[in-house]
Design a protein around this ligand. Structure first.
Ligand code: ATP
Ligand code: MG
Length: 439
């Protein structure tokens, strides 16, 4: 008999089926044994009655998280569908045969049978290979998977070429201190803290490129939105008329990605009590305007023309209240706080760059890049850096490059915000932070 997936059982009432999966929980009611079986498509209740002697004997030994195979009759469960969130509330399995496929050698360190586990973050992460089995935890990664695939799908439909750029670099390209140094045979190397230079090279070749790739940041952060390894959704596009083109493209990305999640992840969203609404036109404001609002409406003054995490949260609150949008583009960041490759605005104190904020945090940074070789060399010098250090990068521009720009979008923060997860680490299978290198 072929295995049937749990989600198919409501259409198979009256049939004998074979199911395989995990024992989510076993409950005994008098002489009856109830088992909730879990597979990749959902959960279903199974009942084992004493008359089925062999199955009953086997069921008595069963504990949570045993991996089993059963054969049984699909029966309608009157009234069952209404009071359960599960997709199979309307049916149950009357078990005829039951076999153990695999079982825990030792006691489970945490109980994962309840959808709401309420574990401490450290417990959740220390026992990651087990806690990830939990239905509600797993749902995070169904949504994450949808984000990654929807992003790629959309970028390809907009004729961006998917590229993969090296993550082992010979020098700390963009400068700064947030690089991990590694041993590379007999020399030092660095882990990429962005695909910036390679994706610009890509744009100079293919016009439009995107990458879904690992980014490493050696920042000793203890926040709810930083980890030391994350997946960046990057893009770079040539022949732009200005950085508005880049924002327009990113707006379309967010519209598509969120609509795909709404369409394909309704069960997962429901577990978190979340509804996704269509993304309308994303409001834009200059960073200086945002700082004015923070000052006037919230009495918050920044020392420099820059915004901090609290400011991002407050400005999102303001935008939500006044423009009914969960997104906002902040634009024209000062030259002093943007990388040397940022295109200056007509007022050269500012740049043609933006951040995209979503539900209180930055999820992307982007802008137009300098494409003129001499201007780029001058900009490197102005930052007090040595152009010699950027020879490989500058080679891209020596031979001519069209006007271009792009973004770096953090994938995990999107999930974190959509599901209102307390920490970004909950949106990562096996997160890496300052203290955590295992599991
Ligand atoms: P922040 O100011 O929040 O530290 P950043 O400006 O340093 O972020 P960028 O270099 O602009 O980050 O990276 C682009 C995007 O990548 C960010 O908008 C964010 O979504 C994501 N990102 C950056 N750093 C991290 C990190 N340490 N952990 C998780 N995601 C990150
Ligand atoms: Mg940024």
């Amino acid at each position: 008999m072929e295995r049937v997936l749990i989600e198919k059982t409501p259409n198979l009432v009256g049939k004998i089926v074979k199911l395989k999966g995990w024992v989510n929980i076993r409950r005994d009611h008098g002489k009856l044994i109830f088992i909730d079986l879990r597979d990749r498509t959902g959960k279903i209740q199974m009942v084992i009655i004493p008359d089925k002697e062999e199955a009953y004997k086997a069921a008595k030994e069963i504990r949570n998280e045993y991996i089993i195979e059963v054969e049984g009759l699909v029966k309608a469960r009157p009234g069952g569908a209404k009071n359960e969130k599960s997709n199979t509330g309307g049916v149950e399995i009357e078990v005829e045969k039951l076999f153990v496929i695999s079982k825990p050698e030792v006691e489970m360190p945490v109980n994962i049978s309840e959808d709401n586990m309420n574990l401490q973050l450290e417990t959740l992460l220390d026992n990651r290979t087990i806690t990830l089995r939990n239905e509600k935890v797993k749902a995070i990664f169904k949504i994450y998977s949808e984000i990654i695939s929807a992003y790629s799908r959309f970028m390809k439909s907009e004729s961006f070429v998917e590229i993969k750029t090296p993550k082992i670099l010979s020098s700390a390209t963009e400068g700064g201190a947030n690089f991990f140094k590694i041993k590379y045979f007999d020399q030092d190397a660095y882990l990429a803290q962005s695909p910036q230079f390679y994706k610009q090279a890509g744009a100079a070749i293919f016009e439009r490129v995107f990458e879904v790739g690992s980014v490493f940041r050696a920042e000793p952060h203890y926040t709810t939105r930083h980890v030391n390894e994350y997946i960046g959704l990057d893009a770079e596009m040539a022949f732009i008329d200005g950085f508005e083109d880049v924002m327009d493209e990113l707006e379309k990305v967010m519209q598509y990605v969120l609509s795909e999640i709404a369409k394909n992840c309704s069960r997962e969203l429901e577990m978190y009590g979340v509804e996704i609404f269509p993304v309308e036109k994303i409001p834009k404001m200059k960073l200086t305007e945002a700082l004015d609002i923070l000052d006037k409406e919230y009495g918050k003054k920044m020392e420099e023309v820059d915004i901090d995490a609290e400011g991002e949260r407050l400005i999102c609150e303001w935008v939500k209240k006044n423009h009914q949008s969960d997104f906002v583009f902040l634009t024209h960041y000062p030259t002093s706080i943007r990388p040397f490759y940022s295109m200056p605005s007509s007022d050269p104190q500012y740049t043609e760059t933006f951040d995209l904020l979503f539900m209180g945090v930055e999820i992307a940074s982007g802008g137009q890049r300098i494409h003129d070789y001499n201007q780029l060399v001058a900009s490197i010098k102005k930052k007090g850096l040595d152009p010699e250090q950027f020879n490989d990068y500058l080679d891209i521009f020596k031979y001519g490059v069209p006007p271009h720009g792009g973004w770096g979008l953090g994938s995990e923060r999107i999930v974190q915000k959509i599901l209102a997860l307390g920490s970004i680490k909950e949106a990562i299978l096996f997160p890496r932070d300052v203290k955590r290198l295992t599991p």
